[in-house]
Design a protein around this ligand. Structure first.
Ligand code: GLY
Length: 423
């Protein structure tokens, strides 16, 4: 197969690494890719969110399958434009992508299909937001309806702070269209879990459960980020919990999509809160692999990712043997100076070549090559250093030993990735 990957982040590098290991893959391409992805794929300077440009590239390269990494091309309808011309896409069309592209839609979907999610109100005016906040107590949860690159969800300690955010979004339009409707919902206390489900629309298969670390500082302090690290599997996500999630959350989601005639294939990311009584609730859906969850989960998948992609696109996932995962992995994200705020670019990254051995992987995210051919920082989340091991302990130790070998000005990373697994 010739496969075209869309995107330029760490998740897409992990996808390129996984697909390149398959004997089924004859050639890999990426749009636009990054210097890490370029080790495995030919990179093309094409905007992955421009349907016409992607269709033209797919035609020129005669690719067999397109694998979008992030949600933005799917929400922009790139999948539909490709499918209309007969190119199979490992991801949903615009209709299915609304599960991620509109929180108002996804909350309504869950309510319609009896899927446990925090009780909520949808507000389009400050007066409505005042009412919705007044019937709740702290902490207050406010979410922008549309895509906001990880900056659209707020947990506030006071009514006044929550109302100020609603004013900013609804009147100040701080997130533009994405914030013109806000979701105000009950806060559910508990522990977060990421479940990535692969589906061809009929069959659903689970990848190893993982846990993201969204705050910038250790012990979940500081502002939210795109994700500062992840590990898999999650030891307390036992078979009984996974069966309950499958029965109560996943199957009703797939059935609900069928009932509403929304085609869906690819990866359904279910962000789950397991409350203090052990009940799982859906916090959010995404319509693609998580980042950085993919960097932790794909290396321990244990099967042929290209075979999974092909089986999904051909509607025969049910025929595929589902592998047992390899043991454990821990992904530590290194970020650049200033992240998650405006950050510096162009700092030279040293030490990547000093990392040796097949139990360590380095996935590029915000990197570029400078005029001298050096790898430099080019974004907030720069790299994910992934340790593999027979246990989470050994995986974590490998990840941190390797992380200490990599350096660039202003580099920072969390020192407690996977610690929660051991508590
Ligand atoms: N790690 C969170 C996400 O991918 O949305």
């Amino acid at each position: 197969m010739k496969i075209l990957i869309l995107g330029r982040g760490g998740r897409e590098h992990a996808l390129a690494w996984s697909l390149a290991r398959s004997p089924l893959v004859e050639a890999l391409h990426a749009a636009p890719g990054n210097p890490g992805i370029a080790q495995w794929a030919t990179c093309h300077d094409v905007d992955p969110c421009d349907p016409q440009a992607v269709v033209a590239l797919a035609g020129e390269l005669s690719v067999d399958i397109i694998v979008p990494g992030p949600e933005s091309p799917l929400v922009a309808g790139v999948g539909d434009a490709l499918e209309d011309l007969g190119f199979p896409v490992f991801g949903p069309g615009k209709a299915g992508a609304r599960l991620e592209g509109s929180k108002a839609f996804s909350k309504g979907f869950m309510a319609r299909h009896g899927i446990a999610t925090a009780p909520f109100d949808l507000c389009t005016t400050v007066a409505e937001a005042q009412k919705a906040l007044a019937k709740r107590s702290a902490p207050f949860v406010v979410k922008a309806d549309g895509l906001a690159a990880g900056k659209g969800a707020f947990i506030l300690d006071t009514y006044d702070e929550a109302l100020a955010i609603c004013r900013d979004l609804l009147d100040g339009e701080t997130l533009g269209e994405a914030g013109k409707t806000v979701v105000i919902e009950d806060h559910i206390a508990g522990t977060e879990l990421t479940l990535l489900a692969v589906t061809d629309g009929k069959t659903v298969r689970l990848l190893p459960p993982s846990q993201d670390h969204k705050r910038i500082f250790d012990d979940d302090k500081g502002p939210n980020t795109g994700g500062m690290g992840a590990y898999a599997p999650v030891p307390w996500a036992d078979a009984a919990l996974l069966e309950r999630i499958d029965r109560d959350l996943l199957l009703p989601t797939i059935t609900g999509l069928k009932e509403e005639a929304i085609p869906f294939r690819g990866v359904l990311y279910v962000g789950i809160m397991v409350d203090n009584k052990g009940k799982p609730w859906v916090l959010e859906y995404n319509v693609r692999l998580g980042d950085p969850e993919a960097q932790a989960v794909l290396p321990i998948f244990g099967g042929d990712w290209a075979a999974v992609v092909a089986a999904c696109c051909e509607g025969r996932l049910g025929e595929l043997d589902w592998p047992s995962p390899r043991a454990a992995s821990v992904a530590v994200v290194m970020a650049s100076d200033g992240y998650p705020g405006p950050c510096r670019k162009g700092d030279v990254i040293a030490g990547i070549d000093d990392i040796k051995g097949d139990q360590i992987l380095v996935f590029h995210a915000g990197t570029a090559k400078n005029g001298a051919g050096q790898i430099v920082t080019d974004g907030g989340r720069v790299l994910a250093v992934v340790g593999l091991g027979d246990t989470l302990f050994s995986a974590r130790d490998r990840a941190y030993e390797a992380t200490r070998l990599v350096s660039f000005d202003g580099a920072h990373y969390r020192k407690d990735i996977a610690r929660k697994a051991f508590i």
